[in-house]
Design a protein around this ligand. Structure first.
Ligand SMILES: [Zn+2]
Length: 395
């Protein structure tokens, strides 16, 4: 494995607490909040009102939060709810932490945003993203990735009322008490982030690379506001891999030609892509590859000699399009690294790995950890040329 030596700080200092605004509820019309003590509610800068749990929050022309005795707060501005005793609020048995902010939105609904201290957030992501029995150094590598990713996203989120969603659109955040192993990994890597050219790196990660790292700039757009996808350490460089034991290391799917073609058209219509007028697929070629050899851009040829160019992940998403009927997990393409064979009215797709393939590969990291590599060894392989920095440098 190619190992780039990163600068390891001799000791980790405690910086100022950084809070991540995690959206844990989206477009809700109602929510019940349970708690064992009083809840202080505040609309904007008004004085706090003490409510007694359970409280019911409803959307509508404005938000209304009311307790059983009829005491209430209402308004269209964000409403903050805080446990007076500092213990956790819950909804439907789910842990919400000691404080939430409900933000009214058009459509008479509201979002629920939970402020979470950065290191607690990192530990919570590890619980959502890794298996509990995986080794410590794998957790530490993922901790540095999860922290860098969220700090990068926080830098882009200045115009919205949350930094990240709690699901796979960003990182899966479990929310409850983190695993002890996860808390330890966050603590041991406290404040560390990966940097490139003086900026925090968007440290993507995925389940299984299947043997070839993807280039972020081929998988996704990399111009203008998304220029960070062109960072050198995300370039899909050749490296060793160790994820052979991942369940989707190799996979194949057999689908109908018309069915696949029609899903690609549906996706293209919604995305404004030229393939919205496409006929039936006759061939898919790889026209650009990452330095690792992984496909970066595909060309789809139809039965009318139309030729349509797709970024790798766009074609995966297009072939998985849920219109008119969602596909089952057994029919979906798990990654953007595949070959397509069209025979008569059947399409066979043979592929590698699970996920987008950019950055850290979780199954590779687990295996390298078992072989004794440290988190920094691995990050040097996954993000060649990156350097280690601290959250305080970039915020
Ligand atoms: Zn891998």
């Amino acid at each position: 494995m190619a190992i780039v030596v990163l600068l390891m700080p001799l000791h980790v200092e405690r910086g100022e607490a950084v809070s991540v605004r995690v959206r844990v509820g989206e477009a809700r019309s109602a929510m019940a909040v349970e708690h064992s003590g009083p809840i202080a509610a505040r609309v904007g800068r008004a004085r706090e009102v003490m409510l007694v749990a359970p409280i019911e929050i409803r959307g509508g022309f404005e938000m209304v939060a009311r307790d059983a005795s009829g005491r209430e707060v209402r308004g269209r501005g964000p409403i903050e709810f805080r446990s007076v005793m500092g213990s956790t609020l819950r909804s439907d048995g789910r842990v919400l932490g000691p404080e939430i902010v409900c933000v009214w939105r058009e459509g008479e609904v509201f979002d629920v945003v939970r402020p979470v201290e950065l290191e607690l957030y990192v530990a919570g992501v590890l619980g959502g993203e890794l298996f509990g029995h995986w080794p410590d150094s794998c957790f530490e590598a993922q901790a540095i990735c999860a922290r860098s990713y969220v700090v990068h996203e926080m830098g882009r989120a200045t115009e919205r009322h949350y930094d990240v969603n709690d699901d796979q659109r960003h990182q899966v955040f479990a929310g409850g008490e983190p695993l002890e192993k996860a808390t330890r990994a966050a603590e041991r890597t406290r404040g560390l982030v990966l940097m490139s050219e003086g900026r925090v790196l968007r440290t993507y990660f995925a389940s299984a690379c299947g043997g070839r790292a993807a280039s972020a700039a081929m998988v996704w757009p990399a111009k203008g506001r998304l220029e960070f996808n062109a960072a050198e350490p995300l370039g899909g460089h050749p490296r060793a891999h160790a994820c052979d034991d991942a369940p989707l290391y190799r996979w194949s799917r057999r689908r109908g030609r018309e069915e696949v073609s029609s899903r690609v058209r549906s996706w293209a219509t919604a995305a404004g892509h030229a393939a919205r007028g496409m006929g039936s697929i006759v061939r898919v070629e790889v026209i650009e590859v990452a330095p690792s050899g992984r496909p970066g851009v595909y060309l789809v040829v139809d039965d009318r000699h139309g030729r349509y160019r797709f970024l790798a992940d766009d074609l995966r998403v297009a072939m998985n399009d849920g219109r008119p009927m969602p596909l089952s997990a057994a029919d979906r393409l798990p990654s953007n690294d595949f070959e397509v064979e069209v025979l008569g009215d059947r399409v066979t797709i043979r592929g590698r790995g699970f996920g987008h393939g950019v950055g850290l590969c979780q199954y590779c990291a687990a295996q390298w950890a078992r072989e004794g590599y440290s988190a920094l060894d691995m990050l040097g392989a996954f993000f060649p040329g990156a350097r280690l920095g601290r959250v305080e440098e970039v915020r």
